[in-house]
Design a protein around this ligand. Structure first.
Ligand SMILES: NC(=O)c1ccc[n+]([C@@H]2O[C@H](COP(=O)([O-])OP(=O)(O)OC[C@H]3O[C@@H](n4cnc5c(N)ncnc54)[C@H](OP(=O)(O)O)[C@@H]3O)[C@@H](O)[C@H]2O)c1
Length: 321
């Protein structure tokens, strides 16, 4: 198949492009930067330079590539620090709304038969059972700073799933960790956790689902090749409360326990949106992805996954013995 991969140079894209090429697909990988052409060529992809927020550039790029299928992995989340995070969140919202619309329209114009896009399990309602399936309701009223981000994701899902004759596939990924993500040795989140700057808030009862970035890529390949239209949770087998995974990871990285902070203090500083992911979030089930995609994560639990990522980097630093 000829695949148009928007976000080919990002965390998922870098893992996915070589997998697609190895499986015999022709990949047209999009970036904004002329300087990343060589990187895309090295991955075996045809470089396409275009800005996802410019409808004419997107229409031209997709029109030239004439893909069978479009994969949307666009975000703008690589900055760190308060200002960069705010700017990145706003840009990501635009990529999930305007960017999605431009890609869907451009795809429709060339008759792509399938459109696969990145979403997130954080969309689920924060009440009822601890682990959500694709059938469960979404959060009807996300608090504070979560509101705009989740609204943008809902826009993306609606546009992709309702894109006429194009079959829409939405992948609600768990939290990424592993090479190229901020949850890897040297990555911003791992560093915060290592320095004990990522506290355990309240009872830490919020449940998180994770996925190793290479498992995210293998699931995406399976969805591209034989997924049905609709939504899939792409997460590992082990949804776990923050009170379980954070002490495990803090200990793995620094040998210490995470600091604790009362809920009301964090609410004052970061607002309710900053608190609920730590105290009220729900995890997600991967049963449908396993059943329909025939996919299995190589790291069924973040326990093995975090340790493997840590070991991989130690091995790279010290070299083979
Ligand atoms: N589920 C999750 O946990 C989740 C989801 C998403 C991201 N993240 C985290 O966020 C961090 C950053 O993610 P990332 O490494 O994927 O990088 P990123 O900076 O979010 O960029 C992702 C992709 O989007 C492309 N892009 C952004 N704006 C574009 C535009 N206007 N036009 C065309 N392409 C555009 C980038 O291409 P160019 O820059 O080459 O133009 C890149 O290929 C990582 O730590 C990742 O783990 C986590």
């Amino acid at each position: 198949m000829r695949v148009f991969l928007a976000g080919a140079t990002g965390a998922v894209g870098k893992q996915l492009a070589p997998l697609l090429v190895a499986s015999g697909h022709e990949v047209h990988g999009m970036t904004r930067h002329e300087s990343k052409r060589a990187m895309l060529e090295e991955m075996g992809a045809v470089p396409v330079v275009a800005d996802a927020l410019d409808p004419d550039q997107v229409a031209r790029a997709v029109g030239l590539a004439k893909p069978d299928l479009i994969v949307h992995q666009l975000t703008a989340l690589s900055g760190w620090g308060m200002r960069a995070l705010k700017r990145g969140a706003a840009l990501t919202n635009r990529l999930r709304t305007e960017g999605t619309d431009h890609l869907v329209l451009a795809g429709r114009a060339v008759g792509v038969h399938r459109f696969v896009a990145q979403s997130n399990y954080a969309l689920y309602e924060r009440s009822g059972g601890p682990v959500k399936t694709e059938e469960d309701p979404l959060d009807p009223a996300p608090p504070g700073k979560l509101r705009d981000g989740l609204a943008a994701m809902r826009h993306l899902e609606k546009a992709v799933l309702g894109s006429g004759r194009t079959e829409g596939v939405v992948l609600r990924y768990g939290g990424f960790y592993g090479p190229g993500t901020n949850m890897a040795p040297g990555g911003e989140l791992f560093e915060m956790i290592r320095k004990r700057r990522f506290p355990l808030i309240g009872d830490g009862a919020g449940i998180w689902s994770f996925i190793h970035i290479r498992d995210a890529a293998t699931a995406t390949l399976a969805a591209i090749e034989h997924g049905n239209g609709g939504v899939y949770n792409i997460v590992d087998d082990d949804p776990a409360p923050v009170a379980e995974w954070l002490p495990y990871l803090t200990h793995l990285l620094s040998g210490k326990k995470p600091r604790r902070m009362p809920r009301f203090v964090v609410r004052l500083v970061a607002g309710e949106g900053g608190v609920v992911m730590m105290t009220d979030a729900r995890g997600a089930s991967n049963a449908k992805a396993k059943r329909e995609l025939g996919w299995r994560p190589a790291y069924p639990s973040w326990r093995q996954g975090f340790s493997a990522v840590q070991e991989e980097s130690t091995h790279q630093m010290t070299g083979p013995r």
